[in-house]
Write a protein that binds this ligand. Structure first.
Ligand SMILES: Nc1ncnc2c1ncn2[C@@H]1O[C@H](COP(=O)(O)OP(=O)(O)O)[C@@H](O)[C@H]1O
Ligand SMILES: [Mg+2]
Length: 233
């Protein structure tokens, strides 16, 4: 559905927040090229992981530097241009599933496709196929309140995958799930990674991080790429 884009990279990306009289440096200048596959982002609470992800998503504005996707400077776009760009190329999953409460599972998955102008019949078929892919074909008509945490997270993942995004960003998507359900969600994130998409996953769980192809370690706003562990692929 989307045309492939060659990669995601940052150039001197930084973020300083105002804090009372002073400032908090949440991200120190960070230059990195994300490789296709899964990159795990690890580090203690408050180290700057979500700050980085929100900048990569274009939800937040950098204090310095750039986020470049293919040949597009994300923050040089207008707000509306960035929203369109996200619809075409990005998928998101958060710790809390962020499903729209008044829409069924099926309608939640269809929603970004509707915004992207996909015709009704095609988006219905596509949403059905995605729900089947995450093992929820029989929950299509359920409302979010009728789903378990794991089911809701899988619907959110189906929604994130709906546009076959080149970049998939996930902020602790398995954080609220039991181990088994968390593993199922992780498998669903690994599938696009194996298909050459760029998946960036924030996680607290060393076992989850060990399944990733690449690791970024964040500490006090400083990000370091770790060498890939041998034999993990
Ligand atoms: N909107 C904000 N305003 C002010 N400070 C913020 C804001 N968001 C995050 N911070 C601060 O930036 C630092 C990094 O936060 P965050 O990226 O959320 O960390 P993590 O996701 O690793 O737990 C923390 O010190 C946090 O308090
Ligand atoms: Mg966070």
């Amino acid at each position: 559905m989307t045309s492939p884009l060659p990669g995601l990279r940052t150039e001197g990306l930084s973020r300083v927040y105002p804090s009372g009289e002073g400032t908090v440096t949440a991200l120190r200048p960070f230059t990195h090229t994300f490789q296709p596959g899964m990159t795990a982002v690890v580090g203690p609470s408050g180290s700057g992981k979500s700050t980085l992800l929100n900048l990569l998503a274009g939800f937040d504005t950098p204090s310095g530097g750039r986020v470049v996707v293919g040949d597009t400077d994300l923050h040089a776009l207008t707000e509306a241009g960035r929203a369109d760009f996200r619809l075409a190329h990005y998928g998101f999953v958060f710790q809390n599933h962020n499903l729209v409460a008044i829409l069924s599972a099926q309608e939640n998955v269809e929603f970004p496709l509707m915004l992207a102008g996909v015709p009704p019949r095609e988006r219905r078929d596509r949403a059905r196929a995605l729900l089947a892919q995450v093992g929820l074909e029989r929950r299509a008509g359920h409302m979010p309140s009728q789903l378990s945490g794991g089911e809701a997270q899988r619907v959110a993942l189906a929604r994130a995958l709906a546009g076959d995004p080149q970049v998939l960003l996930a902020d602790e998507p398995t954080g609220n799930l039991d181990t088994r359900t968390g593993n199922e969600v992780l498998e669903l994130l690994l599938a696009p990674a194996r298909a050459g998409r760029t998946v960036v996953l924030i996680t607290h769980d060393p076992e989850v991080a060990a399944r990733a192809d690449h690791t970024l370690r964040v500490r006090d706003g400083e990000v370091h790429a770790e060498p890939a562990p041998a034999g993990m692929r």
